[in-house]
Design a protein. Structure first.
Length: 172
């Protein structure tokens, strides 16, 4: 995308949209190589997302086994004007388990607590809860038909963005 003013507006839109949601859809990979979808409340960090997951939960086991994850932050069905083109951001991410008690742990837990309340702090005191830092590799922002953008880079809005121009085609 050549228009830096437009890219700047899109980056603001993406961050505003992600910030407007409290939960994300999380896809991880089981030890058997099968996909597993779930959800989790999240907080926004510096160019990352934080989630707290119990090691009782399948998605925590999956992320501890395989760091690859896909995240979907999606517009609520009830507020969407078009169910076939809900606003959404997809991320391909790398998950990093943060060591309990470290400075990085405190930073992530503080972000979760500020966004989601004291429950996040309470969960952090339980030994079966992990804190994961989800770092973007690439993503896609869709805000309607013909309004899709891909981006790459370890940032919630990417370091490079392209407008996807290949459109839908009518059947012959």
């Amino acid at each position: 995308m050549k228009n830096t003013a437009m890219q700047g507006r899109l980056e603001e839109e993406i961050l505003e949209f992600v910030n407007s949601r409290l939960t994300l859809q999380l896809a991880s990979i089981t030890e058997e190589g099968e996909p597993f979808a779930s959800y989790a409340p999240f907080a926004i960090g510096e160019d990352c997302l934080y989630v707290q997951l119990s090691d009782i939960a399948i998605h925590a086991k999956n992320l501890n086994h395989n760091r690859q994850a896909s995240v979907l932050v999606v517009e609520d069905e009830g507020s969407s004007g078009e169910l076939f083109a809900r606003i959404r951001v997809n991320y391909q991410m790398s998950a990093e388990a943060i060591v309990a008690g470290s400075d990085a742990w405190e930073k992530g837990i503080a972000a979760l607590e500020a966004r989601l309340g004291e429950r996040a702090r309470n969960l952090s005191e339980l030994s079966d809860f992990y804190l994961f830092k989800l770092v973007p590799i690439r993503g896609r922002y869709v805000k309607g038909f013909g309004k899709a953008y891909s981006f790459i880079g370890e940032s919630l809005t990417g370091t490079a963005m392209d407008h996807l121009t290949v459109g839908h085609k009518k059947r012959a």
